[in-house]
Design a binder for this molecule. Sequence first.
Ligand code: F6R
Length: 261
Amino acid sequence: MTAPNDYGESNPLETNQKILICDDAVAACQRAANLFAAAIHGWPDLKIGLATGGTPVKFYARLVQLYQEDILNFEAVKTFNLDEYIGLAADHPQSYRSFMNEQLFSHVNLDPANTFLPSGIASDIDAEVQRYEQQIADAGGIELQLLGIGHNGHIAFNEPGSARDSRTRLVDLTERTIQSNARFFDSIDDVPRQAITMGIGTILEAKAIVLLATGGDKADAVKRAIEGEVDESNPASFLQTHANVTYVLDNGAASLLERRE
Ligand code: F6R
């Protein structure tokens, strides 16, 4: 095992709010992955929260690479994903469980029993969301959470209007989110209209958060998250109320920020 400094990053659990701006999307993904690597190195039984979507694909590729190079060990790590589509079974190709299998789980030494996602086909959704919250609590809470950001400022599937103290629950996806996610499906009609998502309150209980955003199309959402008013109409703005958030951005996503330190 190499020392944490070999990742070129300090453990994000030991730092405060900061903005890291990278040249391009690949560099941003690698930097975010290096932060996770430094944290896992410090605490091999780390509980991490994970996101899906287009943004973190290269983030997971970097974690897999660090594992293959024998630098990172997931043996005792537990993972909790932010969300899952309603109506998609775990083995559906577009389920977030399948995404995680493809991008990370099947390539590293994570114990499958340590990888948690809500079930999108649970017969009793109320019981399922409570079960998921309980699983997080039983693990002792999430220590390091990865987030992406939606064009409308959503984090996980907490769409505008979500309360700061919201918990894991069933939500309706907005038309904009359905359109954004249609690229992963054969047709927009196939995109589920509902999901189970961790709540904003649940997310804010993580000890440290890394928000990863890349591309100029995210610049407005990023600016409103970091510099905008803290308000339910802009769920990512609630991150301003958390003591330890690292925003890892590429130049495009950071392009509208006034403060770029
Ligand atoms: C995914 C999730 C979402 C995405 C967001 C950005 O688990 O919770 O909030 O992070 O929709 O998605 P991409 O990366 O596809 O732009």
